[in-house]
Design a protein around this ligand. Structure first.
Ligand SMILES: [Zn+2]
Length: 247
């Protein structure tokens, strides 16, 4: 890697115009249930689990970023929809042997948490799960309780194939764009973290490259979809600098 060269996905955090905040109830709710830290600037993961039980170390920060992006992908920032998604990533199991706690109550249930990564389940500890999806112990407890009672939370097995497919498509495009190499601006470093790609590579060309390299036909996109993700989720500026072709 030469100096000034960056993987696009690593530095997607430049200045961008903010939308005007309205303080309506809906807006507040929307903010609360949206991706507050898409670039994981405040993300702390101190756990180093790598065992049969937890595979937290399997996830790189870039993976977590995509997992989170997929989670918040829905256009409506809806708590119930998110709770349903969370519930689907939790296995609540009954513990056979009940151990008495000091206060006399016994733990009857045990919850496993996992995330989808490369189409596989990666089991993580509750702490990591909570930080990825920004959900505290109270919210998790409520979801577990609802899951046990079978209320409100839908078991989406087999269903909702469309949103699963969309999530995979988004992940695929994000991965592709993240793998592009561009140059960081030499001016005002620290202020601007925009990534500059060769102007010869316009979005249309990149879109064609993407569709050409994608192995699964169902992950192909139309131009509109590709350019929307490209412009909305990455801070990229086309410039005359030399382009390093991805892999
Ligand atoms: Zn962990």
């Amino acid at each position: 890697m030469i100096e000034g060269e960056h993987i696009v996905g690593d530095t997607n955090r430049g200045t961008r115009k903010r939308k005007i905040n309205t303080t309506s109830k809906e807006r507040k709710r929307e903010i609360r249930y949206s991706n507050l830290d898409p670039d994981l600037l405040n993300f702390k993961n101190n756990c180093d689990h790598r065992s049969n039980k937890f595979e937290c170390m399997e996830l790189l920060l870039a993976d977590i970023k995509i997992i989170r992006q997929n989670f918040y992908n829905d256009e409506k920032k809806n708590k119930n929809a998110q709770d349903n998604k969370l519930a689907q990533m939790m296995n609540v199991k009954e513990i056979k042997r009940q151990r008495k706690r000091k206060n006399g109550k016994s733990h009857e249930f045990h919850t496993e948490f996992y995330v989808w990564h490369n189409r596989k389940k990666v089991f993580v500890c509750q702490k990591l799960f909570s930080s990825i999806f920004n959900c505290g112990p109270r919210r998790i407890h409520t979801i577990v309780r609802k899951k046990m009672q079978g209320i409100g939370i839908k078991d989406n097995r087999g269903g909702d194939r469309k949103s699963k497919k969309n999530a995979l498509k988004l992940e695929s495009v994000m991965k592709f764009v993240s793998s592009l190499r561009g140059h960081e601006s030499h001016y005002g470093r620290g202020k601007s973290r925009r990534i500059y790609l060769s102007s010869e590579l316009n979005i249309k060309k990149l879109w064609k490259m993407y569709n050409h390299q994608v192995q699964d036909d169902s992950l192909q996109t139309n131009y509109k979809y590709f350019s929307r993700i490209f412009s909305n989720k990455f801070n990229i500026v086309m410039s005359n600098l030399i382009m390093h072709h991805p892999r």
